[in-house]
Design a protein around this ligand. Structure first.
Ligand code: SF4
Length: 251
């Protein structure tokens, strides 16, 4: 078994050239047996990867972060996925004490007050649970595609995540939005109905809106903030440098 390291990322990028999404999933999972996980938020891309993992019975744990603020449509998609594949999806919740403290001090909608307040909420509801989900893992598969934002066009199908000390693999990195829809329809994969109402990137309900055809894929997330730095901290690959590692991962 390999041990995940930054040095291995270059090899993986080379090996992944020309491979299908299924082959990327299969090869990376085989290289790190029992240490490969996939995080889903039940968006279109995630549903494709879940389909590949479950129908091919790949040794990859599927998990989701239940922030407690998801759309009902997202929970319905989650449930339809369980019914279709009859496979487990692990869920990670925010720490009860942290959430109770936040709501007692600042109420349920503090994230609209400032960028810092929004990051505080994301830190409690997403970043800390993610760190627990990834603890001890070596490969983290995601539904990231290059087309999703200008920031993501500079990424690669395989990357070193210094913060979590593992390799991130994006099997659909080169797929277009149209390709995703074609695959979902061709394979009868359950999808979030919000995608048919102008929502492309779907996160928490109070922080996601539909977008116009001319807008960036990520324009519907935290639309009140600076458009150039809109990530929740889950996909920041930088290593912590002296501050609280949870806070440090935030954009
Ligand atoms: Fe909180 Fe919004 Fe972040 Fe969800 S997306 S964790 S509601 S700030």
């Amino acid at each position: 078994m390999h041990i995940a390291s930054e040095a291995l990322v270059g090899d993986l990028r080379h090996d992944f050239a020309g491979l299908s999404a299924l082959d990327m999933l299969t090869q990376a999972a085989a290289a790190f047996p029992g240490r490969a996980v996939f995080s889903t938020s039940f968006g279109l891309e995630d549903q494709i990867i879940t389909h590949l993992i479950f129908t091919h019975e790949l040794p990859i744990e599927v998990f989701t972060l239940d922030t407690g603020r998801n759309f009902q449509e997202t929970y319905s998609t989650w449930n339809k996925t369980l019914l279709k594949y009859d496979k487990p999806i692990a869920s990670y919740f925010p720490r009860q004490d942290s959430l109770e403290q936040l709501l007692r001090a600042k109420g349920p909608n503090s994230f609209y007050a400032s960028a810092e307040a929004r990051k505080e909420c994301c830190s409690i509801r997403k970043v800390e649970p993610l760190a627990r989900a990834l603890a001890g893992q070596q490969v983290w598969f995601t539904g990231i595609r290059a087309e999703q934002s200008a920031n993501r066009q500079h990424m690669h199908p395989a990357e070193w995540d210094a913060g979590h000390q593992l390799i991130k693999v994006h099997p659909l990195f080169d797929w277009t939005w149209e390709q995703c829809w074609d695959f979902v329809r061709a394979n009868g994969i359950p999808f979030n109905p919000l995608h048919q109402q102008g929502f492309v990137s779907i996160g928490c309900a109070p922080c996601t809106r539909a977008i116009a055809a001319s807008e960036d894929f990520r324009a519907g997330r935290w639309w009140w903030e600076d458009q150039s730095a809109k990530e929740c901290g889950l996909h920041d690959t930088a290593a912590p440098q002296g501050l609280d590692p949870v806070v440090e991962k935030l954009p």
